[in-house]
Design a protein. Structure first.
Length: 113
């Protein structure tokens, strides 16, 4: 899995590409989320447009990221979730943990509401 980052006002957008699973990639992304919090960034959108598959380790990473941002007084929101990923979130009953949006633009806008 690879990622790139962009900024939309006070919101950091992380664009993921590849499968979201455990291992070194997940460790790198988790480290980046911690760096963002340490730097005072509390509003993050994960763009999952390029993600086709998430395993339990990847789901754990998302849960940990959401918890990290919430504990810092912010939020982590998901954008562009595929039908597969949306179904996984629903089946695992994690819907209340994640705010999901159809696009990055909607997710970014939600921070202004």
């Amino acid at each position: 899995m690879k990622y790139t980052m962009s900024q939309s006002g006070a919101v950091t957008v992380i664009h993921l590409d590849g499968n979201l699973m455990g291992g070194p990639d997940a460790t790198t992304l988790n480290g980046k989320l911690h760096e963002l919090v340490d730097a005072g960034t509390k509003r993050v959108v994960l763009d999952l447009k390029g993600v086709e598959f998430i395993n339990s380790s990847g789901l754990g990473l998302l849960i940990g990221g959401a918890s990290l941002m919430k504990n810092a007084g912010g939020a982590l929101k998901l954008a562009n979730t595929s039908e597969k990923i949306s179904a996984l979130i629903k089946i695992t009953r994690l819907g209340p943990i994640f705010d999901t949006y159809a696009s990055v633009q909607e997710a970014v806008q939600s921070f202004k509401n």
